[in-house]
Write a protein that binds this ligand. Sequence first.
Ligand code: F0G
Length: 459
Amino acid sequence: MSLPYAEPYKIKMVEQIYRSTQKEREQWIEEANFNLFNLRSEQVFIDLLTDSGTGAMSDKQWSAMMLGDESYAGASSYFKLKKAIKNILGFEYFLPTHQGRAAENVLFSTIIKEGDIVPGNSHFDTTKGHIEFRKAKAVDCTINEAFDTTLDFPFKGNIDINKLEAVLKKYPKERIPLIIVTITNNSSGGQPVSMENLKQVKIIANQYGIPVFFDSARFAENAYFIKMREKAHEHKSIKEIVKEMYSYADGMTMSSKKDAIVNMGGFIAMRSEKLFRDASVFNIMFEGYITYGGMSGRDMNALAQGLDEGTEFEVLEAGIKQVEYLGNKLIECGIPIQFPIGGHAVFIDAKRFLPQINKEEFIAQTVAVELYIVGGIRGVEIGTILADRDPETRENRYPGLELVRLAIPRRTYTNSHMDYVAAVCKKIFDTRHEAKHGLRIVEEAPIMRHFTVKLEKIK
Ligand code: F0G
């Protein structure tokens, strides 16, 4: 008999959380204008809004923080991080930033101009926001398989090479400053990109002379899936796979708050010394001097340690198995989710959950609000609200998928919490036919509206 899986860690510190009542939550969500970002964290029982900066650091990371060097220039913590980036990811040059979007801001300020085209696989919202803010265009070249949540396909994050080539053919090289491959592909359900696909993208990019950057927030999970699903790599270590993945990139932007399991931090890394020098100017303007960017010495120490631990198979397996645990529970209850189950989150397919609600009434947000009211669970809408309006027509963009993401912070919750989440989902699913209407927008910002949007229930 094989023994069940158990996590390779124990818990040294706990944080009390408040179990509110449904009556309290009904009032709070109304006060929050049906926007889950507006809730105070004490009003949330299980917070699955994001896995970003919400994971539990290890004892080794906490002790590395005590050794942080807070010197303004040339801190030893900077060199520790530089060494980790060189050893694990293979890049010679890097610039620290306070988080992932800051890395995008610095890099894009250096290389993107008005009218440019940036192909990629479902660019993350901050990435797209930073591209569109510069009056450039993000072109989604994700494979079509990604948009069918029922389809079992091992690498739904992949770039469609034909779609990519069509873009590279259509526009002159001068208008395509880079190709961005997001690993794993967050917006299409935490889905991985295969090694073969990364290699193909690089081959074609080389033919057209365009640099390739990886948006790397969940690069280690991507490596885990390559090991588990791509035969040629099954016997390699995560660190070996990561090294090969980055051999197909000219650079990367990184939100360290996910796979490097720190609360804050990011960076840009690259091979080109010229790009490093050009980007340094913007880094100094927006983030801080080049040896700390937006980070304190202790944060750089925790990140260096986190990069090392986060690329260990056992650490990745524990996180991904918990996501799988929740996903399988939801499948058992008949709840429609994105399949295969993603690396950092379970994505509920809201269109199949509430087929009677019109897309104009924000289906995924409607499900997310119910999860909060019934169980105090905070997920996040990855649907029409997040997709924003088209910058030219100002019409709502209706994405192929309306998802509610339940992101699982690393090492933060137990599987009893996951059982509870599954029970709440089931309770709502069992009474789903009673839902008649969704929500309408009362007020919204011109870009990245999901953070501050105000909504009301349609009666
Ligand atoms: N790229 C990807 C793929 C991301 O998932 C994120 C953040 C960023 C870039 C931006 O990084 O937050 O450090 O500025 N994703 C978080 C999430 C917010 O909840 O998925 P950041």
